[in-house]
Every structure is written in C-alpha cells, then in structure tokens.
Design a protein around this ligand. Structure first.
Ligand SMILES: C[S@@+](CC[C@H](N)C(=O)[O-])C[C@H]1O[C@@H](n2cnc3c(N)ncnc32)[C@H](O)[C@@H]1O
Length: 411
C-alpha cells in the first residue's frame, strides 16, 4: 500500500466545502471537492487523524479503482481484477456493501453477492483459502458503488459511519445526523467560545456537537475504526491511534460558555438528557422544557442560536397554514434575543417569509433526502454602546416588514 493514500471522505450533499475546510485544518493535502464528498491525499497517520477528528465526514474511503462493469459477468471480472490478496488474508473477515444508481441491476443484494464471489474466488486462487464473510462486524468493509456501468470499489477505513459517535442512545422522531449538526455549527462559525442555544433541540444533537467542540473533544474518541483490524495496516494503525487518543484526552478543556437546550416535547427532552449523559456532557449542557415561541431572555451575548424547526411533514403540524403561523411567532420570539447570532436549518419553503427577517447568508444542503436551506441572520439588535456592531445591520430589530400569515390568502 502506498506511503501516501488517495482517499475520499463522504459528506451530506451541500456540505462539501465545509468538509474540505475541515480536512485542510486536519493536515490533508491535494483537497478536491466532489459531489457528496471530498478527495484528498494523506499519510496513514493523517488519515487516522481524519477518522478520529473529523466532525463532518460520514465515511473515509480508500478507493481501489474504477471499472467498466457490464452485466453480471462484467461485474465479476472487474472485481476479480483487483489484487485483494494485498488487502485481505484467508483469516480476515469481510463484508460487502453495495449501492446502485441508474444501474441495469435492481438489487443491491445481487451486486454485493457478485462482488463477494469474485473476492472469494480470487483469494482462493492466490492464497489457496478463502476469507469468511461477517456482515455484522467484519475486519474489512468493501464498498461497491455502481453508477450505470461504472463500478467504484473502496475499502472503508472507519467501519461504522462516523456519524455513529456512540452517544445516541435514545432516538426521537426527526433526529439530525451528528455529522450534519457539526457541519451546521462550522457553517455558523461556532468555535466553542460563545454561548450556544438550540430552542427546539429534539434529541440534542446540535447541543452535543457544540459541547464536543467547546470541550475540544475528538468526536471519534469513544469508538474504534475498521482500519485497526486490517491485516497489513492494523497493527501500525492501532499504535498510532493509541497515541492520538491519549493526546486528544490530554488536550480536552473545560467548557466556559453556557450551552442550553429547550423543547416543548417531554419525550424529546428525555431523549436529549440520555444522549447528553452518554456523551459525557451532562455538566456542560442544560436542558429545559420550553416553548421556542415564548423563549425566556437568554444570557448576555455573544451567543449563537442554532436550530432546525419542524418542517411540517413528519411531525404533524396542522398543515402549511399552521406552520406559517408557528414560524411567524418563532420570528418574534427569536428576534427578541438581542445581540444573538441565529442560524436556522429549514426544510419548509414557507419558513423564510413567515419568519419575517432577511437572512444575511444562505446555504442549500440535504438533511438525508430533504433539501434544506441553512439561513444565517446577523444579530437583530445592537445594544447601545456595544462594540460588536454587526456589519451593516440595522439598529432596529425588524429588517423586513412583517406580514402576518393570517393576512395572506388561502393556499
Ligand atoms: C426537527 S426536530 C429537531 C431535531 C433535532 N435537531 C435533533 O437532532 O433531534 C424539531 C423539534 O422541535 C420541537 N418543537 C416543535 N415545536 C416547538 C416549540 N414551539 N417549542 C419548542 N420545541 C418545539 C419538536 O418537539 C422537535 O423535537
């Protein structure tokens, strides 16, 4: 295996630029954004640092090659041409994960099976024995991605995707992926030096990711990575990671800013409490039952409000008219938090006008299959004499004349 690895880190669509910035900070080189991910070069220790420290990447893949693969036979031949004996031994367990797009094959299971057969046959041919398949906890995960007749084969350095930090012990109705929450915090410029509030915190993902940033805690500190079990790199990877984990623990610091979460649903709050506890952030994050449309005054700014309100489809909202009215009240409540920066991830196109304020930034991204917009708002009001005058912001809380949803015609 080469000294310097050519790798591909996957991420939610729309967050590629944020991941590229993060990878640069982590020491990656020759960074190139692609759709749904970022290509980069890294030595083994730099690659492990990405696994341990990337807050945004979902997977870190080691691409083995791209092939024309026509029909079942072509697929088999393409896979069998890869020198699997350089990556596996007969004692290594492995699993194949297949994804398809516009492919002549309709079943991922069939493609995974063909890939497995080709790997096994090649190993038997070259090493005289075959490795076993372990779908649950394999030593090596092979990722096969087939777009039309173009097959990409990779090995996954991480194993379980990186959003599985290990702290989500109680899910809720519409949780956000941990990696997406971290991407939003980066987009909002959150570094852990200012207060953080999520007024509709659900299972607490934004707060926990913010807490990890403020604590300077490595997001992957509580988990291990598949590469540690690879036959040829595993021993070296374990050694390097042991040092990196110890170093990461030494450099954690106390959180000096308030991190507060509210939700009106007691079940969501209970989930958040459990998740916060599992993330070992119970001392840093304070959760309370509360209605975001009647938010109490928050601590002194500087502070960041970051939230994703219900979009209306999954959470039972009383229709689009009800959502508009809710967003309108939310606008009144959040704009009253003077001097606080605000970022809202919305998947409902009615949000922006109903919220009745003009965003200063806008980023399209995907929350799973839902296309969303991350809207950024400058602080709505500057305290008299404050040195933190936001760039060109009006001195009045409202910068767009509000139109009550009730005044608008029926949908
Ligand atoms: C899309 S979910 C947030 C998911 C969250 N980011 C997570 O990762 O779990 C929206 C949340 O808003 C909460 N919510 C809805 N209306 C609210 C209100 N008026 N005040 C406070 N919370 C509210 C819901 O209970 C739900 O937990």
């Amino acid at each position: 295996m080469a000294e310097r690895l050519a790798l591909f880190a996957t991420t939610a669509r729309g967050t590629e630029e944020l991941l590229a910035d993060e990878l640069k900070e982590l020491g990656a080189r020759r960074i190139r954004q692609d759709r749904g991910g970022v290509r980069f070069m890294a030595s083994l220790d730099e690659a492990l640092k990405v696994c341990l420290w990337s807050r945004i990447a979902m997977r870190v893949l080691y691409p083995l090659g791209e092939f024309e693969a026509r029909g079942a036979e072509g697929l088999y031949e393409a896979v069998a041409s890869v020198p699997w004996e350089e990556h596996l031994t007969p004692e290594t367990t492995f699993a194949v994960e297949a994804t398809l797009k516009d492919s002549e094959h309709s079943h991922t299971g069939f493609v995974a099976l063909k890939v497995k057969d080709a790997v096994v046959d090649r190993m038997r041919d070259k090493r005289g024995a075959r490795p076993d398949v372990d779908p649950r906890n394999p030593d090596v995960r092979v990722v096969a991605h087939l777009v039309r007749e173009k097959l990409s084969l990779s090995l996954d350095l991480c194993g379980e995707p990186l959003h599985r930090r290990g702290y989500r012990v109680r899910p809720t109705a519409a949780p956000m992926k941990e990696t997406l929450a971290a991407a939003l915090l980066r987009a909002a410029g959150y570094t852990g030096e200012e207060a953080l509030v999520d007024p509709m915190c659900g299972s607490g993902t934004v707060l926990i990711e913010g807490g990890l940033i403020a604590r300077r805690r490595a997001p992957g500190i509580a988990r291990d990575f598949a590469v540690e079990k690879w036959p040829h790199l595993g021993a070296r990877a374990r050694e390097l990671l042991e040092d990196m984990r110890a170093d990461a623990r030494r450099h954690e610091r106390k959180v000096a800013v308030p991190i507060l979460g509210f939700d009106k649903d007691p079940e969501a709050l209970e989930a958040a409490r459990r998740n916060v506890k599992a993330a070992r952030l119970s001392e840093e994050i304070v959760l309370s039952e509360g209605d975001a449309t009647k938010l109490p005054p928050l601590p002194e700014p500087p502070g960041l409000l970051l939230t994703n309100p219900p979009y209306g489809d999954r959470l039972g909202s009383g229709g689009q008219k009800g959502m508009k009215s809710f967003y309108f009240k939310l606008g009144d409540s959040l704009r009253a938090q003077k001097g606080w920066r605000l970022f809202v991830l919305s998947g409902n196109e009615a949000f922006e006008s109903a919220f009745h304020a003009r965003p200063s930034s806008r980023r399209q991204l995907w929350n799973g299959p839902i296309e969303c917009t991350l809207l950024g708002y400058r602080p709505f009001y500057v305290r008299p004499g404050s040195s933190e005058a936001p760039l060109g912001a009006p001195q009045q809380p409202v910068d767009v004349a509000p139109v009550r949803p009730e005044d608008e015609g029926e949908e």
